[in-house]
Design a protein around this ligand. Structure first.
Ligand code: F1P
Length: 350
């Protein structure tokens, strides 16, 4: 019996090596991926997944649209089955699933293929999965699988693929992203102690993750890690939205974590200052110069399109330490299974 959290800690710390592998997998599949066609071949790209992979889809959709100019949306897989959206053909559906067996995600692909003439791509950690079978193109990083239930390295490896996918379709030079694994290692080395101190700080009872643009999906994943692993009070908001009501929950036992975008730093920092004035502790994560004492510096040695995943490793560690502080085993989160399988949503029997 391994000590509680051993799998989770090792999986978080293995991300630099797993990201290297994800870069190799993408390079090996590059020709197949570009066969899907240039970005201009599509009027729309839809990203989908469930739980963590829905949040990943949110990051991927904002990034893809930002760098290619092609309209992109993210939906939970269940929504695509139960409330089909208007699809502007030709559409590319990108289905993201660590297991490749989540019922809703498989159903979403089936529904799309039945209704649309578009193409489908799978991003997964199981190359032999049902999802990989169903889709026209599959990018699988099998080495990113976890023994833990909560997604950590699988999420960032699949997110790395979506960042590369967007840059490739935008015909942007993807070579700079090769530095990401070493920056991940640097962040884990430089901020592991800070993550532990925050995770074990009894004065913090509420966690608020704020992120805009591509960082909303990353902030949502950080919120879910904190919830899943440690059962702590944890919420996510777009930064300026936080003032419109939810900040009523801010008190002296709150930590507001700002995932700061380069494009709207001034406005997002102003929100953090407002929350500090209301008694909250602040953790700023940004590529710029620090405005707050607690600051994680995101390396700017990679282009902006390659930065979203760099915001996550320190926050994963923070959730891990809070889990142990709360006497939880992050390897086996309360109530959760690694995969949610239910009766098919496409089974219309009453
Ligand atoms: C989706 C998922 C995870 C969640 C939990 C249960 O799995 O909902 O996002 O954190 O592990 O499964 P998958 O479709 O990505 O395999």
């Amino acid at each position: 019996m391994s000590q509680p959290g051993k799998y989770t800690y090792d999986e978080i710390m293995s991300q630099p090596a797993v990201w290297e592998r994800a870069l190799q997998v993408f390079a090996a599949k590059h020709a197949k991926i570009t066969e899907v066609g240039p970005a201009s071949a599509f009027k729309q790209v839809i990203f989908t997944g469930c739980g963590s992979t829905h949040y990943l889809s949110m990051m991927a959709a904002r990034l893809f649209e930002h760098v290619t100019g092609v309209p992109a949306r993210a939906y939970p897989a269940s929504e695509l089955v139960l409330h089909p959206v208007r699809v502007v053909a030709p559409t590319l559906l990108v289905a993201i699933s660590r297991s490749g067996t989540t019922t809703e995600t498989l159903d979403a692909v089936d529904t799309f293929r039945q209704r649309e003439s578009g193409q489908t791509m799978a991003i997964t950690c199981h190359s032999e999965s049902a999802l990989a079978e169903k889709c026209d193109v599959t990018v699988a990083i099998d080495s990113a699988r976890e023994n833990s239930i909560a997604q950590t390295r699988s999420f960032t490896a699949m997110a790395l693929v979506t960042q590369l996918f967007a840059a490739t379709f935008a015909q942007t030079d993807t070579k700079p992203i090769a530095a990401s694994p070493q920056y991940c290692q640097q962040l884990l080395n430089d901020y592991g102690e800070m993550a532990k101190n925050i995770g074990e700080d009894p004065s913090i009872e509420r966690f608020f993750f704020l992120g805009g643009h591509t960082l909303y999906g990353i902030a949502a994943e950080a919120m879910l890690k904190m919830k899943e692993m440690s059962i702590a009070y944890s919420e996510v908001y777009y930064p300026l939205e936080f003032r419109h009501g939810p900040m009523s929950m801010v008190n002296e036992s709150s930590l507001v974590i700002g995932l700061i975008t380069p494009e709207s730093t001034k406005h997002e920092i102003a929100v953090l200052k407002d929350m500090q004035a209301r008694g909250a502790q602040i953790l700023e994560i940004s590529a710029g110069e620090a405005s707050f004492e607690q600051h994680v510096s995101i390396p700017d040695g990679v282009p902006a399109w390659a930065r979203p995943i760099l915001y996550l490793p320190v926050l994963q560690l923070m959730a891990y330490y809070r889990a142990l502080f709360n006497n939880q085993n992050p390897d086996k989160p309360n109530n959760l299974d690694a995969v949610v399988t239910i009766a098919s949503l496409r089974d219309d029997s009453p």
